[in-house]
Design a protein around this ligand. Sequence first.
Ligand SMILES: [Zn+2]
Length: 83
Amino acid sequence: MNVTEQDRLLTSEEAERIFEKITFEKDCWIWNASVNQSGVPVVKFRGTTTAVRGLMKRHYRVIEARAKACKVTDCVNPAHPRG
Ligand SMILES: [Zn+2]
């Protein structure tokens, strides 16, 4: 299935704002901004505090995580399931 830009959850401005807070290390996307009380990376998205990993999954239409579990707490790569 092709995913066009119009189908993406985030606008390019929103994606840019979020990606500014991510450092790419090897295969992991390391979140450098807010986390909630459980340590889950969160961002203010359209007025609501939202889990970054969920946003990324919806943006990239990741249905099933395909990589093996990632142990990096702050990783928000949508293809990396929580370890
Ligand atoms: Zn990872």
